[in-house]
Ligand binder design. Structure first.
Ligand code: FES
Length: 115
């Protein structure tokens, strides 16, 4: 299953995250990729992965409420689209990383730049 249809797999390294059974619909999962905190959301059966640091002032996005596909930063209310990482609500103006998600044989992988 791909959440993103237009990424170049040759430029990505896919990292195994967890069995898909550990992230049921409506839940979220926190992982660290090296020094990068990442949060994954299962929204109605679709899995999305974003960086877990708000670009406004480093708030913990994974603790925020979801409004549709937007996560609301618990610190000052900025919103980001978890599908793209795009900052869609002030006070944040800089996007966050969004990682392609692939589920293969019941296991979640996310793609990170290979270079
Ligand atoms: S730290 Fe996220 S809105 Fe300020």
């Amino acid at each position: 299953m791909y959440n993103y249809t237009s990424f170049d797999e040759s430029k990505l390294k896919f990292v195994e995250i967890a069995p898909a059974s550990e992230l049921p619909s409506g839940e979220r999962l926190f992982v660290d990729l090296g020094d990068k905190p990442v949060v994954l959301f299962n929204i109605a059966g679709q899995v999305f992965a974003i960086g877990d640091i708000c670009t406004h002032d480093d708030g913990p996005l994974g603790d925020g409420m979801l409004e549709g596909f937007n996560v609301v930063c618990p610190r000052h209310g900025a919103e980001f689209d978890v599908r793209t990482g795009q900052a869609v609500q002030m006070p944040a103006v800089v996007d966050i990383p969004a990682y392609p998600v692939v589920i293969r044989d019941g296991t979640i992988f996310i793609g990170i730049p290979s270079k």
